[in-house]
Design a protein around this ligand. Structure first.
Ligand code: OSB
Ligand code: MG
Length: 369
């Protein structure tokens, strides 16, 4: 592949409903769209950073800076890139900034698949035609509202329901949801809101037959998670703590988790996602694909990686219409009975619509070789 030009767009979409987690509420989704121009095709990637450094340390501004001033010059230093796996290696001297790296790498994967005339799923080694998905529900004002939202998505057929928790809105809230829905596959995501002082909270949650508890403790911890896992039966799933294959290996060796949420952006790209997937598969650790409230472009990448065999558990890739009044791709992502069909077109398999890209772009820049 020879890259001729890269276009960065700072974009913003309005969420249909505010999304509240233990670290804050989002009403708009600001992100960066990356377009990598080859000789005959354009590859698309989404940088899943947020406006504020609350989920991780990156922001829209830092990611733009890292891409423009460091990562893109590295790509332009190389005349040709023969395989997208190479990108991870090229970016290695730049520390962290995984979401910035993943956005460019993802666009190069899409370009590669399009040049080969195969789907991104196939380029990654995926072997499924359809994937199962769940949904992530933010913190609601009242438990009655939460129960009504859960009911809505259960009726739509989502394969599991994830509910965000925070101190004060945890045990009694989930207990009530469990009473109304005794048989659904249900899990909780704390986004790092607790410490080991809260072990009693987790012993109570342990009685609610949850599939897993996601990232209960600090975003940078794997030691305390191992202690917590040793006193509860519910599997712990790590999200924020895992940035690389090495992190995954250490967490598994320590017994810090029994499940891993793979987010392509958080781990720095599809190549690293695949490595974590393969390692977990060999070690009997199921994985699932997390989400960052992506537009259709990021969603398409999530769908492709989820077609790999060890993505055993339903992920957070809900339909476009769950988030947006209109998505920027055609067709939009459709979930039927909790299933998404892997698209057949080459690359990400969904087409970003130029007019919609323009409509939601706040700022753009073209960077030439
Ligand atoms: O922790 O998984 C998370 C959204 C933003 C930041 C972090 C998380 C989430 C979600 C929503 O849970 C996933 C989605 O629907 O895209
Ligand atoms: Mg999470």
């Amino acid at each position: 592949m020879k890259i001729q030009k890269i276009k960065l767009r700072r974009m913003q979409l309005e969420l249909k409903d505010p999304f509240q987690t233990s670290f804050g509420t989002q009403t708009e989704r600001e992100f960066i769209l990356v377009e990598v121009y080859g000789d005959h095709h354009v590859g698309y990637g989404e940088c899943v950073v947020t406006s504020k450094p609350l989920y991780n340390e990156e922001t829209v501004k830092t990611a733009w800076h890292i891409m423009e001033d460091f990562l893109i010059p590295i790509l332009y230093d190389h005349n040709e890139i023969h395989h997208p796996d190479k990108v991870r290696e090229l970016f290695k001297p730049i520390r962290r900034n995984n979401m910035a790296k993943a956005a460019l790498e993802g666009a190069i994967w899409d370009l590669y698949a399009k040049e080969k005339n195969i789907t991104l799923s196939r380029a990654l080694g995926g072997n499924k035609d359809v994937i199962e998905v769940g949904i992530s529900i933010g913190i609601q004002e009242t438990t009655d509202e939460l129960i009504s939202v859960v009911g809505k998505y259960v009726n739509k057929g989502y394969k599991r329901i994830k509910i965000k928790i925070k101190p004060g809105q945890d045990v009694s809230t989930l207990r009530k949801v469990r009473e109304v829905f005794p048989h659904i596959r249900m899990m909780a995501d704390a986004n790092s809101a607790y410490t080991l002082d809260d072990v009693e909270v987790f012993k109570e949650l342990d009685k609610l037959n949850l599939m897993m508890i996601e990232q209960p403790l600090s975003h940078d911890d794997i030691v305390d998670h191992a202690k917590l896992q040793s006193v509860i039966n519910t599997p712990i799933c790590l999200d924020e703590s895992i940035h690389s294959l090495d992190d995954a290996r250490k967490a598994i060796e320590l017994g810090s988790c029994k499940i891993i949420n793979i987010k392509i952006g958080r781990v720095g790209g599809l190549t690293e996602s695949k490595k974590i997937h393969d390692y977990c598969e060999i070690h009997g650790i199921p994985v699932w694909c997390g989400g960052m409230l992506e537009s259709g472009v990021g969603r398409a990448h999530n769908i492709a990686i989820t077609s790999l065999s060890n993505f055993i558990l339903p992920g957070d890739t809900a339909s476009s219409s769950r988030y947006w009044y209109e998505d920027i791709i055609s067709p939009e992502v459709i979930v039927e009975k909790g299933l998404i069909k892997i698209p057949h077109l080459p690359g990400i398999g969904y087409s970003p619509q130029e007019s919609l890209l323009d409509k939601y772009t706040l700022e753009r820049k073209e960077l030439f070789r």
